[in-house]
Design a protein around this ligand. Structure first.
Ligand code: ZN
Length: 520
């Protein structure tokens, strides 16, 4: 997944226009809409805005709002794009003509946030566009996504921030928050203009897909970012240790004859980040943690109060490197016991060896690493769950394992996999899992999201933790299908996604027409 060269001519002709249109001073698509700048959204049908003025009363649900430590059966009233009331006050306050929906005992929670998504636009729209990416997010239950800056051109200047902003705003669906690059063109050599990026509205900086190797440069990045109150997110990879590794270095890389990507290649940078966070007082967030050693170091550093945090992706706590040897080996070795309760009596998913949909960066690791990540999630060392949704075209993945790009899609399967590995396996309660998708990411990135407090934006997800479903190609909204979980039977799903009071996704057949009293 290399960075394509920046096209200066394209930047010069297109970006200033878009930058001027948004004023380069907006934080997210939703705020943009709320700031009254609707004039530039002429392409959106009028009905969309009038629909948002409607009120919606959700009844019959279990409301879980970790930010407010609330978990009880309650009704939730949304009016004019905001949370208007929760609990006993909700029904009396519902205005005339309010739409009502009985969610039938399902879970109502703050809209989920995925802080690690590659939307690929601008520049790589054969893989994904902002439109298809956020459609996949909506299906997955996400009301907000945070997109990574390794586009073409990279998000290393206010113009590209404004461009993404403008496209996302015109789609008027899932909120898109933007990260900027740490270094110019994500080349790791010279700092990007961090102050200008902040002014343009980025919520964090990261060179994701790449890793700043120069420790001094990373120190300066942390110092600058701290001045602007911006967290620094880091893809932890020491290039000298990893070189051209394509899978976890261990038994299976030897058995399969593939070059190894050792755990130490991640741990070296996690250790570096802990030292620099301590030195500068700047906040570092370690992305997609994959190894037991990283979890151990983060745990120890957090105990000492170092401003550091970590996230985990479902593939790293569901699968192991044995999966690259094929499904038979995986289920016989590391897959024993995984999903035992869900998969009993059904055929296990199968796939061949060297399947490139099991190639991602950092790679799937050994069984003990998988276990350590689960433990890190349970004890709170890893506070955030996210997908690292990384779409690639079929033709890019349909090559030898060595040559395939790293990355898999994840927006549509991550909630199910998290529920299966953490909730259905009785490691964590629903509230703790929902917190890792709502309150925790909102806190890290200072987003005014992830809560159902009265007055908050009406971003809501309705979850059915027990819903049995199969992840099928035809049901995916992403432009790419590079998922190892295609054809898997999963348990748990978002059945309704509401952004700013408006439903942007609804699982077909769950709420048949007629169950909504007052519907037009
Ligand atoms: Zn990454």
């Amino acid at each position: 997944m290399g960075i394509e060269p920046t096209c200066e001519a394209w930047k010069a002709s297109v970006l200033p226009l878009n930058y001027a249109r948004t004023g380069g001073n907006t934080n997210c698509s939703r705020q943009f809409v709320n700031q009254g700048s609707l004039n530039s959204l002429n392409s959106v049908p009028r009905g969309v805005f009038s629909a948002r003025m409607n009120a919606l009363l959700l009844t019959g649900g279990r409301v879980i709002d970790p930010a407010n430590k609330f978990d009880a059966p309650a009704d939730l009233l949304l009016v004019d794009g905001k949370v208007a009331a929760l609990g006993e006050e909700a029904t009396p306050k519902a205005p005339a003509g309010c739409q009502r929906l009985d969610v039938g005992g399902r879970v109502i929670c703050p809209g989920l946030i995925d802080i690690h998504v590659h939307l690929r636009e601008p520049g790589q729209t054969a893989k994904e566009t902002i439109a298809t990416g956020i459609a996949a997010a909506a299906r997955g239950g996400f009301t907000s996504v945070v997109c990574m800056p390794n586009t073409s051109p990279a998000v290393d200047n206010p113009g590209t921030v404004a461009l993404i902003h403008d496209i996302a705003s015109s789609l008027d669906s899932v909120n898109v928050f933007i990260t900027g690059a740490i270094t110019k063109n994500i080349a790791g050599e010279e700092l990007a203009s961090i102050g200008s990026l902040k002014k343009a509205g980025v919520v964090a900086i990261t060179d994701d897909g790449h890793c700043v190797q120069n420790n001094e440069l990373m120190r300066r990045a942390l110092e600058y970012a701290k001045m602007f109150d911006l967290p620094v997110m880091d893809h932890c990879q020491d290039y000298t240790l990893v070189t051209d590794g394509v899978m976890h270095e261990g038994y299976w890389s030897t058995a399969l004859g593939l070059r190894g990507w050792p755990s130490a290649g991640e741990e070296m940078i996690v250790a570096r980040n802990i030292l620099l966070a301590e030195l500068t007082g700047g906040q570092v967030h370690c992305q997609h943690i994959s190894s037991a050693g990283s979890v151990r170091m983060l745990r120890e550093a957090k105990k000492r109060g170092v401003p550091i945090s970590g996230e985990a992706c479902p593939h790293h706590f569901t699968l192991t490197d044995a999966a690259i040897a094929g499904s038979e080996k995986f289920w016989k070795e590391d897959g024993k016991g995984i999903f035992a309760c869900q998969l009993a009596g059904t055929a296990l998913p199968s796939w061949p060896s060297y399947d490139t949909n099991f190639k991602m960066n950092p790679p799937l690791r050994a069984s003990r690493d998988r276990q350590a990540i689960l433990e890190g999630l349970v004890d709170g060392t890893l506070e955030i769950l996210c997908s690292d949704h990384a779409p690639h075209c079929d033709y890019e993945k349909e090559v030898e394992f060595d040559y395939a790009p790293f990355g898999i899609t994840g927006l549509e399967t991550e909630v199910a996999l998290s529920l299966m590995e953490l909730y259905h396996s009785q490691r964590l309660g629903l509230g703790d899992i929902i917190a890792k998708y709502t309150a925790a990411p909102a806190k890290l990135l200072r987003l005014t999201k992830g809560t159902l407090s009265v007055g908050a934006d009406a971003d809501v997800t309705v979850l059915d933790p027990g819903l049995d479903w199969v992840f099928d190609k035809k049901d995916s909204a992403s432009k790419s299908l590079n998922s190892p979980f295609l054809g898997w039977r999963l348990k748990g799903k978002a059945v309704m996604t509401i952004v700013g009071g408006r439903t942007v996704w609804e699982e077909p057949g769950v709420f048949p027409r007629g169950t909504r009293a007052g519907e037009e």
